[in-house]
Ligand binder design. Sequence first.
Ligand code: HEM
Ligand SMILES: *[C@@H]1O[C@H](CO)[C@@H](O)[C@H](O)[C@H]1NC(C)=O
Ligand SMILES: *[C@@H]1O[C@H](CO)[C@@H](O)[C@H](O)[C@H]1NC(C)=O
Ligand SMILES: *[C@@H]1O[C@H](CO)[C@@H](O)[C@H](O)[C@H]1NC(C)=O
Ligand SMILES: *[C@@H]1O[C@H](CO)[C@@H](O)[C@H](O)[C@H]1NC(C)=O
Ligand SMILES: *[C@@H]1O[C@H](CO)[C@@H](O)[C@H](O)[C@H]1NC(C)=O
Length: 503
Amino acid sequence: MRPLSLSTATLLSLLTFVANPVSGAATTAAIASANATLTGKRTTNMLGNIAGFGPLPSTAQTGGLNANDIQGDILIGMKKKKEVFYFFQINNPASFKKKLKIFIAPFITSTAQLLSTNTQPIVALNVAFSFTGLTALNVTDDLGDPLFTQGQFSQAAVLGDPGTGNWVSAFAGNGIHGAFLMASDDLLLVDAQEIVIEGVFGSDITKLYSLQGSIRPGAEAGHEPFGFLDGISQPAVTGFGTPLPGQLVVNPGVILVGESGDPITRPTWAKDGSFLAFRQLEQLVPEFSQFLVANAPTVPGLTAAQSADLLGARMVGRWKSGAPVDLNPLFDNPAMGANPQQNNNFTYQHDGFDLSSDQTHCPFDAHTRKTHPRADLFAPNNSIIRAGIPYGPEVTAAESASHTTQTERGLAFVSYQAQIGQGFQFLQNRWANNPGFIFNKNISRPGFDPIIGANAGQARFMMGFDPNNANSNLTMMSDFIISHGGVYLFSPSISAIKTVITA
Ligand code: HEM
Ligand SMILES: *[C@@H]1O[C@H](CO)[C@@H](O)[C@H](O)[C@H]1NC(C)=O
Ligand SMILES: *[C@@H]1O[C@H](CO)[C@@H](O)[C@H](O)[C@H]1NC(C)=O
Ligand SMILES: *[C@@H]1O[C@H](CO)[C@@H](O)[C@H](O)[C@H]1NC(C)=O
Ligand SMILES: *[C@@H]1O[C@H](CO)[C@@H](O)[C@H](O)[C@H]1NC(C)=O
Ligand SMILES: *[C@@H]1O[C@H](CO)[C@@H](O)[C@H](O)[C@H]1NC(C)=O
């Protein structure tokens, strides 16, 4: 199945061999063999082929964009099977630059490379830097993004986190200088990439933290840990691929720095980079499932289990299959969920219904409506491309039975945008956490996004959870998502990595 000359067994013995019991460091020979495993040719597509997601653009459909220069994760989004986020500190900037330029930069994966199997690498490798990281590298031009400069740690309260007590210690502060993003279809291959990186840089970097993500198994592939298909609705960047029915088309400059539609003054070299907002969002899955059962609305004609599913769908805006609740108000429609021609073709507007009061189809507070209001508010400049991946183990029988999380799992959330304050942070702070949004003349405070809306750990509410009662008001005493913090990074163009970053 795996298109490599090395068998998994060989690779495994290689990986055990490199963990030198004395120094913990990989031997030169082990680094060379790990490197050799990364140079093979692919025969199968490394990106998850999930029903419900549209096709990748063909190599001819990249518009005016330089797909050879834009790092691969930015526009392709969340379709990889395995990914490791490797957060590091730079100890020796001069040596780091030299090695990055010679050994790593030639292997950074571009957008163009990912578009077809025969150009895909064994492991897709991207790199991004924090403000303190660029400063350490003497790259001090103002990138024109104040939130990038301040760092995510300073924004914990604005993001609605209940302090930073739950933050991963590496995220609490500005110590992270950068991250390598390594993605593949097999974790052993990602491990080989990590060995090469650590072998190349040695003591020039220190690993501060890493998080391993994985597509969920079997029929759950493509679904986030609560069980909902994720990654369906992404903005299309003008010229890059063919928009699907209902897909929002945005200027490239909404996602890519310095491209058309980016209103900010930037240094020339920053063009075709993008800001990466990373968040480690734990999901309390058994607690969430139990909440749905305990708080399901009473709807004529639905069983208790169907009502619980309905509540989940109304909180998310989609059924577990991905079918939009706006088009399927009472029952899931798996055929529609799996059909990219149909599963994004909705606006929340319906003939004969008043957009500013109708919640019979979809509540104003639904996660998808809060983060992309469609007919409620045309706001293409507040779009993000999501490229996250689930992390942590599947729910165990014991966790289900006790309705209690025992081992952390959730979403390694990644979004790309040209302005953090118009993208991720805007969506979280101004929309999801804001009970006054969606602004409309009939309901002044519809409530919080029940999935990601945060109120500093205090109780939240959601109006209209019952499709037959717009005044129904659901109280959520505690959160289903626990923020473990994150970082704001800049993912430069490949040419910038080869020049300004490594000068
Ligand atoms: C653990 C946390 C999260 C979970 C479980 C989650 C889950 C989902 C699901 C199931 C969808 C619907 C599928 C789709 O349209 O792709 C979705 C869509 C979306 N989410 Fe999230 N999400 C999370 C965090 C976030 C965050 C932090 C943001 C931004 C602040 C965000 C922004 C969006 C956007 C913009 C969409 C697309 C809406 C649309 O275009 O209709 N999500 N999310
Ligand atoms: C890995 O192999 C490639 C070619 O196969 C080579 O160009 C590169 O320098 C090697 N990297 C290291 C760290 O040895
Ligand atoms: C950064 O700039 C300072 C001051 O110009 C210089 O001393 C130092 O060597 C530079 N470091 C790197 C890694 O270029
Ligand atoms: C989006 O941003 C561009 C560039 O600043 C601006 O010209 C345009 O009017 C904005 N669009 C909307 C709908 O706000
Ligand atoms: C999208 O929805 C519109 C009506 O809202 C419909 O006319 C059109 O046929 C739909 N497109 C597809 C591909 O189903
Ligand atoms: C809904 O309940 C919350 C408390 O959970 C309250 O603050 C809010 O005012 C209520 N909304 C309405 C319209 O009753």
